[in-house]
Design a protein around this ligand. Sequence first.
Ligand code: 3HC
Ligand code: NAI
Length: 716
Amino acid sequence: MTSSSTIKAAPTVMGESASVSRQRRGSVLVVTIDHAPVNALNAAVRRGLIDAIEAADTDAAVRAVLIVGVGRNFIAGADIREFGKPAVPPSLPDVCNRVEACAKPVIAAIHGAALGGGLEVALAAHYRIAFEGAKLGLPEVQLGLLPGAGGTQRTPRLIGAAAALSLILSGRHVGAQEAQRMGLVDRVGVSDDVLAEALAYAHELIATQAVARRTKDAAALADKAASTAAIAAARAETQKKSRGLLSPMKIVDCVEAAVNLPFDEGLRIERQQFLECRESPQRAGLVHAFFAEREAQKAPETRDAKARALRSVGVIGGGTMGAGIAVALLDAGLLVTMIERDDDSLQRGRAHMEKVYDGLIEKGRFTLDAKSRAFEHFNGSTAYDALADTDLVIEAVFEDMAVKKAVFAELDRVCKPGAVLATNTSYLDIDELAASISRPQDVLGLHFFSPANIMKLLEIVVPERVSGDVVATAFELAKRLKKVAVRAGVCDGFIGNRMLAVYRSAADQLMEEGASPYQIDQAIREFGFPMGPYQVIDLAGGDIGWAARKRRAATRDPRARYVRIGDLLCERGWFGQKTARGYYRYDDGARIGKPDPEVEAIIDAERARAGITPRTFDHGQIVRRYLAAMINEGANIVHEGIALRPLDVDATLMHGFGFPRHRGGPMHYADSVGLDAVLADIREFAKEDPLFWRASPLLIELVESGKNFASLNQAA
Ligand code: 3HC
Ligand code: NAI
C-alpha cells in the first residue's frame, strides 16, 4: 500500500448528495465521500455526512458505519475556498457532533490526507484505521486558524495535552505508524485494498460487539498536573516563537479549556476562538499564500506542453550558487556533473558542497552516510564534453555577459539536441544570451536564491524564444526540488531582485533623512520580516550590492537621488558578518550584531554633506514608505507583464525575501490596507522626490476603476 492508493467512486442512489454516497455492504453502511480533488468538506459533503448518519441510525439493518474518501485522500479538511463567504449550514462542528452521537459504531478508514476538519471527522468517529501513506494532522495553524470542529477538545482527550499541543501548534503531518503510537488511530492497515480491509475491520467490530466509543469520553487528560504543566510549557514556547500571530495562543487557550472544562463548554470556547481567527486578516493572508503558491505553478506556456525527460543535470561553476544548486539537485535524486575552469576551482567547488553538507550534518539534518551516498551521484570535470548526455544544464559562473556567452557557446557545441540550457543569472538579459547560440528555444533562466539548497523560491525566467516544453521541464524540476516556482519575464532583476533594489532605496532614503538603520530593521522586523534590510545586507555581504552599484553607475539617471552610505562602509572594508563589521559590529564572532556608533557618525556626516536636517520617523511611517515602494514596483512588474499576476509577486516575496506569510505578500497586503491609501501615500512622498515616487500606472488604473490586485489574479 502506498500513498498513491486510490478508492473508486461508489454508485449513487436516490436521496444522496452527489458528493456523499451510501451503500450497504452486509450490515455495514459504507459512506463514501467523493468531492474532487481532495474531498474538502464543503456544504454538500457536510449535509451528505449528516444524512448518512441519520440514515444509519434509523436503519435497523445497519450495525456499523464506515466512512471512506474517493481518490487519493480521505478528507483534506474544511473547504478553504468557502472562507470569507457567507456560512452555509450544517456547520462542521455539528457534523462531527452528529457523527460522534451515532448510536452505532462509526469507523473512519484513512488513506492519504486526513487533515484539519478531515481528521476532526475521523476523531468524531468511534474507531480509526489508517493505511500506509496516510497523512494525519491538524494544519489549521498554518492557515491562521485553529481546529474548529472539536479538534482542540477531542485530540487532547484522546492522546493527552502535550501530544495534542505539539500536533496542533506545529501543524505537522504524522504517518499511520506514528499515529498509532500516539493513540490517534486504533489500527494500521496493511493491505492495498483499503475498502476491503476496512470493511473486514468493521465486521470484526460488529462481531465483537464493539460499542460506539466516543472520543469526548476518552481519558487521556486524567493526569491533571501533567496536562497543566504541558499547557504552561506550550504557552511559554508560543509566546517566544509565534510573536505577532493570532491563532497559536488561542490554540493553547482551547486546549486549556479541554483540560479544565466539560466537553460542551470547551467546544463553545473553541468555536468562538475559531470564528475570531476565521475573520482575521491573518487567516485571509495565509489562505491567499496557500493558493498563490499553487496558482504560481500554472504558467501559460506549460498548458499544452509536456516536460522533457530529466535524470541528469550539469552545473557550470562551483561557487556559492553552483555548489548549493548541486546539493539541491542531489537531494532530489538527480545525477549531477559539475564543470569548473580548472582542477583547483573544481576542488574548491567540491569543498563548497562538502561545507554545505557539513553544515546540515552539524544541525542534525543530514548524516555522514547520506553525504557519501549523495556524492556517488556526483561527478566533476573541467571538460565540457562530460555534458554530452546531460538532460539539463544550469550555468552559475560569474555575473558577466561575455563569460556567460562563452560558456553557452561551449554548451551549444557539446550538449545533445533537446538538452535544456539554463542560466542562474541575477540580472543579465537572457534574450541576448539565448540569441547568441544556435538553439534559443532551449534556453531559459533558473534563478535560485542563496543558499540554493534551502531557499524555497525558484524564479523561472521565460525569454521570448523559449519553447513550451522547456518551461514545463523547468516547472517539473522545481517540483522535484520541492521549490515554489514563479514564472518571471526578462528584465533587470526579474521579479524579486528588481523589487529589492527599489525598496532598499526607500530604506536608504529613510536612513539619510533621519531613521537609523537599527530603527529601520526593528520596524521591518515588527512588521513580520525575520530580518531588517541592513541585517540582510550584513548577512549576505555588502560587497555584492556595492559591485552591482558600481556596475550600474554609468547608466544611473543623474537626476536620481543616490545615498552613498552603503558605499562608504564598503570602502572601509566593512562588508558585514564576514568582516565582523558592516552596519552592525560583530565582535568576537558574534552572529547577532550590535549597533555601531561609528556607522551612526558616518550617517550623520552624510546627512550634513547632503544638507539634510534629520527628522524623526515612527515605525509606522517607516513601514509605510518601505511597503509603498515595494507595492509600487510590484504593480509596475505586473503592468509590464514581468509577473503574470499579483499573486506571482506575492509568492516571490514570501518565498525568496522573507515577506511575512500571514500578510499574504505585498500585493495582498496592499489590497488589505486599500489601494487608494497606498496611492495617497505615494503621492504624498512624491512631493519630496517625484522621480523616485512615481505612481505605477496600474495602481492608478485600479484605484480609478475601484478594483484591487485580487481582481487580476484570475485573469492570466
Ligand atoms: N479546500 C479546498 N481546496 C483544497 C484544499 C482544501 N482544504 N486542500 C487542497 N485543495 C485544492 C488545492 O488548492 C489544489 O487545487 P488546484 O488543483 O485547483 O490547484 C488541489 O486541491 C490539490 O491540492 P495540492 O496541489 O496541494 O495537492 P497535493 O496532492 O500536493 O496535496 C494535500 C494534497 C496534502 C491535501 C494539500 O492540498 C493540503 O495540505 N491541503 C490543505 C490541508 C489543510 O490545510 N486542511 C485544513 C483546512 S482548515 C480546516 O479544516 C478547518 C477546520 O478545523 C474547521
Ligand atoms: P561565485 O563567484 O561564488 O562562483 C562562480 C564560479 O564560477 C567560480 O567558482 C568560478 O571558478 C566559476 N567559473 C567562472 N568562469 C567559469 C567558466 N568559464 N567555466 C566554469 N566555471 C567558471 O559566484 P556566485 O555567487 O555563485 O554566482 C554565480 C551566478 O549566480 C552569478 O550569475 C550570480 O549573479 C548568480 N546568483 C548569485 C546569487 C548569490 O546570492 N550569490 C543568487 C542568485 C544568483
